[in-house]
Write a protein that binds this ligand. Structure first.
Ligand code: ADP
Ligand code: NI
Length: 219
């Protein structure tokens, strides 16, 4: 159960994230953190999790994304901890949230996850669901535009199972991101509720791709 202190910590974290991510790329801005928080709380209804940890971790999970911070993967967990300590959040909650922030990422499927908890499972599912479906498509083209990639290039075959180096160096077109990540997500869900939601979002992306290729050919 959440008491008044806990509710205040979540509200203050929301305000912090809102200003810290105000100028972020639209696919990784504060609204992504907010959607992940809402999705995680939906999933939390059928999982035995600590709602405080889930909400704080969901809000803070992209506070210093490695893609936008020179590849420093320790910055996110450090920033999250610093902020929560400044609020007076108990140490056990702070370290659990920091562990989730450090271990949530997909990174082309090559990230090694060194920590697991039911709370991480739920926040990770929520983050992955937000990369799928209509929102996932919108975010992907936002990032592609941000990185000035082509929408699509039929001469560049889909790149699968890349090494971390290839993934980083990959200057491929945006449609390729469906094959390197988005279409793989439905088989990576931790919880049954997320699994069901992922199937719906997956079908939507498959329909989108079919239509995209049809239109590309001028049919
Ligand atoms: P994670 O934090 O799990 O590693 P990312 O931050 O890499 O996930 O990806 C989050 C979202 O950003 C993706 O689902 C996608 O919408 C967008 N994105 C990331 N990398 C790319 C890319 N190479 N091309 C297009 N979109 C991308
Ligand atoms: Ni995220």
């Amino acid at each position: 159960m959440m008491n008044a202190d806990m509710t205040r910590w979540v509200e203050q974290t929301r305000l912090y994230v809102r200003q810290a991510m105000a100028n972020a790329e639209p696919g990784h801005d504060w609204w992504h953190a907010e959607r992940v928080c809402r999705l995680a709380m939906t999933l939390a209804r059928s999982e035995p999790v600590d709602a405080l940890v889930v909400q704080l971790a969901a809000l803070l999970h992209d506070i210093a994304d490695h893609k936008f911070h020179g590849g420093d993967e320790t910055l996110g967990p450090r920033r999250a901890s610093q902020f929560l300590v400044s609020l007076g959040v108990p140490d056990a909650v702070v370290s659990h949230v920091a562990a989730i922030v450090a271990n949530i990422s997909f990174k082309g499927g090559h990230a090694t996850q060194t920590f697991r908890s039911p709370e991480l499972d739920v926040v990770q599912d929520a983050d992955r669901l937000d990369a799928m479906g209509a929102i996932g498509i919108a975010r992907t083209f936002s990032f592609g535009g941000f990185a000035r990639r082509e929408l699509y290039n039929p001469d560049v075959p889909p790149a699968l199972n890349q090494t971390p180096e290839q993934y980083k160096a990959n200057r491929s077109h945006t449609i390729n991101h469906f094959y390197e990540k988005l279409l793989l997500l439905k088989d990576r869900m931790n919880t049954p509720t997320a699994q069901r939601m992922a199937e719906q979002r997956h079908r939507f992306m498959e329909g989108f791709l079919e239509e995209f290729y049809r239109e590309w050919e001028g049919v």
